[in-house]
Ligand binder design. Structure first.
Ligand code: PMP
Length: 365
């Protein structure tokens, strides 16, 4: 008997495992493993979502029209260049599906976001990674890895899990040097947190070149990961492809309403940003004072290095924190087994992490 066989590459996928959200035997949990906004969603977004309950028998607006208009108004964009997805994950998947086929190559940095490779394999395409320099994307290494088969290049800016970023100048240099048929996707999931003069979300390239896309999400600063809302700015021909390919009703009416209220709540966005502006440098300084090395993250998380093995390894630290209900993210699946990624939480959570790490380091010495 012959059984249905999945397409080549699919059984090579290691299924994506999100940040843990519970610990056996530990009642009170502090989840700092998925880079979710520390303050939760805007109260206005929550109210808007609840208000949709009575209309759930109706299909949503398939084009997310009001949401796209609200995003366009917030950032001064043309709504026809915006496409929304069920999380930016969906948009990443659609781009790979649209532009990469069997044997084609999808290129990204060594420690890039796992979903690029997963979606590539799902299309029988080949994920290719380029080495990084000091845990930063290296434009020269990316360019050196381009072949005749390269169809898409992903740059995560700032990157996850390293938190480092690629400057506007370097991104422009990458775009200019890539062959024009190669689609450059700038995944700016953490853009709202960045405060560096030489940073760009990639919007300028998405608006001014026919082969660059910028992706954003409501899962981080807007803290609507549970609603699954992502969006992007696409050159017209690529927006057209996305609209042909996406599911007809890819965002629920509740998600559209919540995201719309969130993008309009500029005051709450500023509050979330101010929170991160205070606690990100605080965390870095406290970790440094404990003798721990971090990357220069500009996002809402820190990446912390531990000794390769022994009592103070990342694995031991992860277990120690977990016993106190503090869930952080091991990043061995990103090729960084000595590191842990810790999301910036509430003030109380951040102080608990530092106190726990102090005890952890003290306990083993
Ligand atoms: N890109 C990056 C770099 C991310 O870190 C994430 C979330 N972990 C995503 C995309 C996907 O976000 P979402 O699907 O929740 O919008």
């Amino acid at each position: 008997m012959s059984l249905p066989t999945p397409q080549p590459g699919i059984l090579d996928i290691a299924a994506y495992v999100g940040g843990e959200s519970s610990v056996k035997g530990v009642e009170r949990i502090y989840k700092l493993s998925s880079n979710e906004g520390a303050l939760g969603p805007s109260p206005k977004a929550q109210a808007a979502l609840v208000a949709t309950a009575g209309k759930l028998h109706r299909y949503p607006d398939g084009g997310s029209t009001e949401l796209r208009k609200a995003i366009a108004a917030r950032y001064g964009l043309d709504p026809t260049t915006i496409v929304c997805g069920a999380g930016s994950d969906e948009l990443i998947g659609l781009l790979v599906k649209a532009y990469a086929g069997p044997g084609d190559e999808v290129l990204y940095s060594e420690h890039g976001f796992l979903m690029y490779g997963i979606y590539a394999k799902g299309c029988s395409a080949v994920p290719v990674t380029a080495p990084e320099r000091n845990l930063c994307a290296d434009v020269d290494a990316l360019l050196a890895a381009v072949t005749d088969k390269t169809k898409l290049v992903f740059v995560t800016n700032p990157s996850n899990p390293t938190g480092t970023y690629t400057s506007a100048e370097e991104l422009a240099r990458l775009r200019a040097a890539l062959p024009s048929h190669v689609l450059l996707v700038i995944d700016a999931a953490y853009a709202e947190y960045v405060d560096r003069n030489d940073y760009t979300t990639g919007l300028d390239l998405a608006q001014n070149t026919p082969n660059t896309v910028m992706l954003r999400t409501f899962s981080k600063l807007h803290a609507l990961g549970g609603a699954r809302v992502g969006w992007g700015v696409f050159p017209p021909a690529i927006a057209d492809v996305m609209n042909r390919l996406r599911s007809p009703f890819n965002l629920t009416s509740s998600s559209q309403a919540a995201a719309r209220a969130a993008i309009e709540d500029v005051e709450f966005q500023a509050l979330c940003k101010t929170h991160n502006d205070y606690w990100l440098p605080w965390m870095k300084a406290e970790l440094k004072a404990l003798g721990l090395h971090t990357t220069d993250s500009v996002a809402n998380f820190v990446l912390v290095q531990f000794p390769a093995d022994g009592a103070h390894s990342a694995k031991a630290a992860h277990a120690f924190l977990q016993n106190r209900g503090l869930i952080v993210r091991p990043v061995g699946s990103y090729g960084l087994p000595e590191w842990l990624r810790i999301t910036i939480g509430t003030g109380e959570e951040n102080q608990m992490v530092i106190a726990a790490l102090k005890d952890f380091l003290g306990a083993g010495s």
